[in-house]
Design a protein around this ligand. Sequence first.
Ligand code: CP
Length: 347
Amino acid sequence: MTPTLAPSSRVQLTDDGKLRHFLTTEHLPRSLLEDILDTAASFVDVGGRAIKKVPLLRGKTVVNLFFESSTRTRSTFELAAQRLSADVLNLDIAKSATSKGETLLDTLRNLEAMAADMFVVRHQDSGAPFFIANEVTPNVAVINAGDGRHAHPTQAMLDMYTIRHYKGGFAGLKVAIVGDILHSRVARSQVHALNILGAEEVRLIGPKTLLPVDAEALGATVFTDMAQGLKDVDVVIMLRLQKERMDSALLPSEGEFFRLYGLNNDKLQFAKDDAIVMHPGPINRGVEIASEVADGPRSVILNQVTFGIAVRMAVMSMAISGQDSDSNALAASTESMEGAGGARGQR
Ligand code: CP
């Protein structure tokens, strides 16, 4: 995990506290996170209808900008936008003019010129979605779909939705996050969200080399031993080894990692009998999780993916609604300035 980037609430929220961009779970009010979960709950059954559409984003254009590979996040954002009746453009970065040397800012300006209403951004550099949110015109919303090691807020919220669905709430819950915490944007966003939503205890379990030095400052308890860390937890969240973000050999071998930290049925016995097992994906069988657990009765890994569509529908519809109210407020204040002889042409 990276050091804290400049937050956030001011960039993410409108003056009256509505979602404007969704960049990080850090520092957001509990009521807003609960609002996302409640709004998502109202969208879950859309996926089961014969016609899987609601008209909330009809006439809006959503651009998926994925500078890093993705299966789940990109597909579920696309489905979420389609189910909200938006027009969706998936920019193929490998075939875009970025590969001919166009800067990110120039790419953005061109997409804005096509009247995009929302950018969904995944980027290998921590902070890229913040940069974009600060650059776009006021009527464009930016959703972070994962930036470097920093944040993956919609993944964290779909995880929160899954936990609330199976456990009924967060009070009294002990949640363990296991594996490569150091390189995980998901873990960071989960820790913030779990603490904001009132979980009793958040535990981070892994080898010392894969634990961040600021783990306790984040609001988590650190364990290097699975038996101790998993004892009596309600939720186990496994993470893969993010080798693409590792600077050097931080592990003896994958086999050794699996022996010590890989979740199999034997280790799962340390958790509560009704503990659920989660994973943001992609899973690496035999590295951080055994197939007997991944495919077992306590795994809710694929349910997380399903809930992800509803959660992303919630975030997108709330951000567009926040943008619209902000744009209306801006237009009203511009009109009153113009009426008073003030400046024209503000966007
Ligand atoms: N969980 C997650 O972000 O998966 P993808 O990389 O496939 O989007």
